[in-house]
Design a protein around this ligand. Sequence first.
Ligand SMILES: [Ca+2]
Ligand SMILES: [Ca+2]
Length: 234
Amino acid sequence: MKSIIGISAAAALSFSAAHATSIYTTSGSSDLVTNTGSSQIYEDDGVTMTLSAGLFTDTPVTGDAVVTPGQYGARPIAYSYGTGIRHNDNDGQHTIDGYYPEVAILSFDTNVQLTGALFSYVDTYDTFDLFVDTNNDGILERIYENLGMPNSSIAFVDLLSLNLVGKLFGIGASEYAYNCRQTMWGQKCDKYSPSWKLKAIKFEEVPDVPLPAALPLFMAGLAGFCFASRKKKV
Ligand SMILES: [Ca+2]
Ligand SMILES: [Ca+2]
């Protein structure tokens, strides 16, 4: 018991060290504002995050993934360890698992960069898939699959280098049996079964207008200012 407390304390410490907002998706979370049953609404540092759930197809070899929010009544359930997903069509476990591939859908009210995820209920060789709405049409695209996490019951994964920017994201678990891909070594299958809970999400607010788009506006403003000041001299 003592070692478990030691591990979780160390994970919490490293998780809060960086300057970013952390929302804990546990049943006792102080960030939780409303739980409607089909979604949980969290708020921290002025940012609102809505957590809902869906299932997704996980097509062998091609890697195609289509997310259906709320399919078979898919819904997030916040437990003391973190949030899992349940649904009504032969759900494998109360975790986020790949028996029917499940995905936690994270919707923010402002542009953010996901910088980290804290997983709980983790066992050996657990993996996760990452989805981002890359073209802002409200539909999630899977951009990474079978990302690894530390072999620790509570595992933090730093997402900073993946540059995940947007308002709509998904963190899910791949299909148990059909997770096979063509690789340069031939067809490889992930024989492990991903199953875990989402304990916290770390993110930073980023400007809605990207810098390259803002630059011409700034230049136009500068040109206008020069023109105005020159006119004054005359
Ligand atoms: Ca489940
Ligand atoms: Ca999209």
